[in-house]
Design a protein around this ligand. Sequence first.
Ligand code: NAI
Length: 266
Amino acid sequence: MSTNLLAGKRGVIFGALDDKSIAWKVAERCVEEGATITLTNAPVALRMGGIQELGKKLNAEVIPADATSEADLEKLFGESQEILGGKIDFVLHAIGMSLNVRKNRTYTDLKYEWMQKTFDISAISFHKVMQQLYKMDAMSEWGSIVALSYIAAQRTFPDYSEMAESKALLESFARSFGYHFAEKKVRVNTISQSPTVTTAGSGIKGFQEFFDYADKMSPLGNASAEACADYCVTMFSDLTRMVTMQNLYHDGGFSNMGMSPKLLEE
Ligand code: NAI
């Protein structure tokens, strides 16, 4: 149901790979709420995924950009402003990838070259996105920037491996850059989402067991990708103008639980 919360707003959405991607749902909801957007992903992902199909459906231009490349980001934000007809009101960073996890290296045997790439893709790219937007003065006043995070930034989830440190870094960038962007009246936050069945999520060892565990641990159950999209819409809307530098849990209550009787019953 649309309430036109984003009427007239212009957005850039990173990270829609296929119809399971959280960014895919966010893009759909933003357009439903009246926004016009550009979609972007790494050139290799454009070849693999169905993002062009999403672009057609949402009447959104798809612009390739490797989020670790400053030149690609400059081009992306320049073109987006031209296509959308003005400064950008909201940006979603929904990017995550661990080379060590993908290549089955355990946490006690990490390859550091891969770890650095993981940090670059999953966390430093967020700083690069913000720095580029800041230097180009590409964000509108009262604009909103959101990145997606996970509670492994605060608690230990052994199989999440080096992605835990990536998320800790990501959340820290939101706080630090949030301070500087406030000068331009732009807010920066991270949303810490429940485990969600997507390509990135399912890449973590034992994901299904963990998904079920979190579902039982959370009094409201795991938050779905669709619910995350709704939350992103509120964060992009004018109703949350004074929320900045926060890590916002969107997890059905998981983060504040100690023990769940539902789990003990089994
Ligand atoms: P996904 O696999 O659909 O999305 C990850 C995206 O990152 C893909 O579209 C991929 O192409 C993109 N990407 C990778 N390298 C890139 C690069 N160099 N430049 C630009 N884009 C690049 O998976 P999902 O789950 O939708 O992930 C989105 C975000 O949500 C990630 O930050 C993830 O860590 C986060 N998240 C996911 C959870 C889950 O359980 N699925 C839980 C909490 C947070």
